[in-house]
Ligand binder design. Sequence first.
Ligand SMILES: CC(=O)SCCNC(=O)CCNC(=O)[C@H](O)C(C)(C)COP(=O)(O)OP(=O)(O)OC[C@H]1O[C@@H](n2cnc3c(N)ncnc32)[C@H](O)[C@@H]1OP(=O)(O)O
Ligand SMILES: CC(=O)C(=O)O
Length: 528
Amino acid sequence: MTAIPTCPEEFHIFDTSLRDGAQQEGLRLTVADKLKIAVYLDELGVTFIEGGWPGASPSDTQFFAEAAQVLDLRTSKLVAFGATRRPGGSASTDVLTRALVDAGTDYVCIVAKSHDEHVIRALRTTLEENLEMIRDTVTFLINEGKHVFVDCEHFFDGYRANPAYALSVVRTASEAGAEVVVLCDTNGGMLPSWMGDIVSAAAQTGANLGVHCHNDTACAVANTMAAVEAGVMHVQGTFNGYGERTGNADLSALIPNLQLKFGWELLPPERLSEITRVAHAIALVAHQPLLGRQPYVGQSSFAHKAGLHASAIKVDPNLYQHIDPALVGNDLRMLISDMAGRANIQIKGEQLGIDLSDRELAARITDKVKAKEAEGYSYESSDASFEMLLRQELGILDYPIQVHSWRVLSEERDGDTITEATVKLTAKGERQMVVGEGNGPVNALDMALRKAVATAYPEVAEFELTDYRVRILDEGHGTDATVRTLIDTSWRGETWTTVGVGTNVIEASWEALLDAIVYGIFTHIASD
Ligand SMILES: CC(=O)SCCNC(=O)CCNC(=O)[C@H](O)C(C)(C)COP(=O)(O)OP(=O)(O)OC[C@H]1O[C@@H](n2cnc3c(N)ncnc32)[C@H](O)[C@@H]1OP(=O)(O)O
Ligand SMILES: CC(=O)C(=O)O
């Protein structure tokens, strides 16, 4: 095994979620969103937050103006992004360079071309003029009192095409006073084993080096780690890997990798344990669902489904996890499914405070789960229904309501569809018959059921059906297919999921609805 590198005396975590992250298709951040995310990043403690490109868009200019007024960053420093001046001009008169100065940050990061072909064909200037643009812009910004970083765009591809020119760009930026020269894998085509030699060659210039990797080969984090092993002292990335095309190096994986695998204390442990919360909070602001299988911070990162895994986890959780999830603020989760063995059921029982140590009892429940899963039930996505099944099997589920009958009618009257449901039940000894109307049969049943139960349990009126999903289980059967319905119910910050299965979608929905109400009553409302 190669030796673990030691942490450089100065090491930067440079977050570009608000700049390169915002270059992701479908991601649109308002100024208010950016300000919120900047606060999360500062609380976590990244070294730098790149806020955007002032002058390129009015909202980025506004972001820096507002940030100066309202952001009180405690641990991070704000960076404004820009580019070298235009060819043939002067940095002192370039409109965008002026906007960079006016952004008012102490730190700026400018992008410079480092691939000869890009200079000639995209920038349409000479190789020498490109070096002059870098020299002029860095010098100008330093004279304006800025700390300057230079992003060498297409550095790795440029090095492979013309190493001498790519290195001359690094040298020019460093000699002009850039505090870090960042080697960018702009097209994201590199592989980890290709990084080390190129970074080492760039280090010969004497520049302080950083790295900025895109994820087009799914190697952005690995490439960044390889560059770190080769000696860079500054890593750029984004939270949840947002970024142009396939994204950037994901800081929610990169930071734990550096801290927990290399043993570098980049963040105090109590801040590292906030990283899952921060990744989710940023995803929420960005309106991007966070992938369950996102390393370290995803909901499934420490979720165990297979029976063999669970049986070893019962002995010691570390037998089947690479770190203690608490270190990154995540949790071990035990999933119940047709792949479960006794151990999954016993661990889940323990988490629910139900003793299932008896082998025969655990085996009976395992068989029951497998049989129900074969019918189409899915307990890994419906914890509440699993708990009800468990309690039913153990005879410890006191049904708070008894349903006598239900029906639902939909009719078209004068062009309008009217849907009405009737539910008859007994709750706390009182017989109820309630009619509910809704914009469809499931909605009408939900209304009638909750109204009927609410006379005995008034809190049920506040239960909210927050999600309803229907999945056809035997495609090809057409309208007589078996369906699975999953219902999320929320109340006072708690959410639980229940499942129903059947060839009749309304019956399957009713099963999930009824379980949702019953579960909510016995777990959240004191029964008397
Ligand atoms: C690798 C990266 O992701 S870097 C970040 C890229 N981010 C963005 O591009 C987002 C914000 N960009 C913008 O709003 C616009 O592109 C602006 C304001 C920067 C420029 O807009 P426009 O003036 O309309 O020019 P346009 O976008 O068509 O072309 C960019 C120009 O910058 C030049 N340019 C490209 N790279 C550089 C550089 N490193 N230094 C100086 N000039 C550059 C191009 O040659 C082109 O010049 P041209 O106008 O003579 O053709
Ligand atoms: C600078 C930058 O975003 C890149 O080269 O990808």
